[in-house]
Write a protein that binds this ligand. Sequence first.
Ligand SMILES: *Cc1c(COP(=O)(O)O)cnc(C)c1O
Length: 393
Amino acid sequence: MLIRTFNPPVRTLMGPGPSDVHPRVLEALSRPTIGHLDPAFITMMDELKELLQYALQTGNAMTMPVSAPGSAGMETCFVNLVEPDDKVIVCQNGVFGGRMKENVERCGGSAVMVENTWGEAIDINKLEDTLKVHGDARIVAMVHAETSTGAQSDVAALVKLAHANDCLTIVDAVTSLGGTPVKVDEWEIDAVYSGSQKCLSCTPGLSPVSFNERALEKVRNRKARVQSWFMDLNLVMGYWGTGAKRAYHHTAPINALYALHEALLILQEEGLENAWARHLKNHLALRAGLEAMGLQFIVKEADRLPQLNAVTIPAGVDDAAVRSRLLNEYNLEIGAGLGALAGKVWRIGLMGHASRAENILLCIGALESVLGDMGAGIKPGVALPAMQQVLNS
Ligand SMILES: *Cc1c(COP(=O)(O)O)cnc(C)c1O
């Protein structure tokens, strides 16, 4: 077989991530590669840290991107903070809470699960009851924005309750960062991780993390060494730390870091508040169109994530056939259901650079056409005007 240069099709990415990458970010990727200890690169790293601190609203010195995807940021938090025999309370309301449990157990800890209904926010009363029974728990972990369902939880309140019970907190902000408020210092989150490919409009493969002093104190006072050499913060900080001379730890993904620098710069230029407002407005426009058509959201309004819209697949409609027609005929990707919601919902992302009026227009128009063809019983001709009304308001 003759293999040629790979030229991917140009798609519109409205699934659960990766989302559309900003053209400035793609351009940044193609800049000349330099050494990972080059003084020019070190200057870029310092700026990148500052931009990340802004995005996360934190003054934490220990703020940096892990050189791997969001799952590695998750793992970095757990392997550094969870010691063998530590009891960790994991609040679960979707797929990603389940992965936290896996992490705790692989670190030799024991996970106590606070199970919540999928599609709902984490119930603070359930956490309170669990903390009463498990007074020896050391850490509480939670997902801020559950990408598997589109539900958002009140992290500020949950963290406060955890602290009142002498627990540190680990927060998954992979899908929330850049799309909805994430205020690490104000909410007093101890350890947080995110991902580059959701609302930051960057390519996949990097995971911003941030640890406060309280969390670092636990890392420094560990009895056993962190079992992962690569993710051991004590070692990584030799490269990402400030002041002292940078030491080789691993070869940083140079060009990917240019891309994240550019993505965060774009976010700073727009302003966090403006980015949050854009995500909200575009969500309301998409929602108006989807609901006018007759599709229903699975998450109740108060808990809905603007950047991840989960709607029920109409009865009798072939889930995969719809998604493949959207992809083949409109170059549009929307997400399938994950875990317990597989085959039951579509997850329509409006994340980062993908959260734009033209994308909503494409999605609503394409869905109306494909579902209409399939006899899905949706209302024709009303979705676009409903959507437009919100966009013009
Ligand atoms: C996408 C996602 C992750 C995992 O990120 P990867 O970059 O795919 O490893 C973790 N948590 C949540 C909530 C996510 O949406």
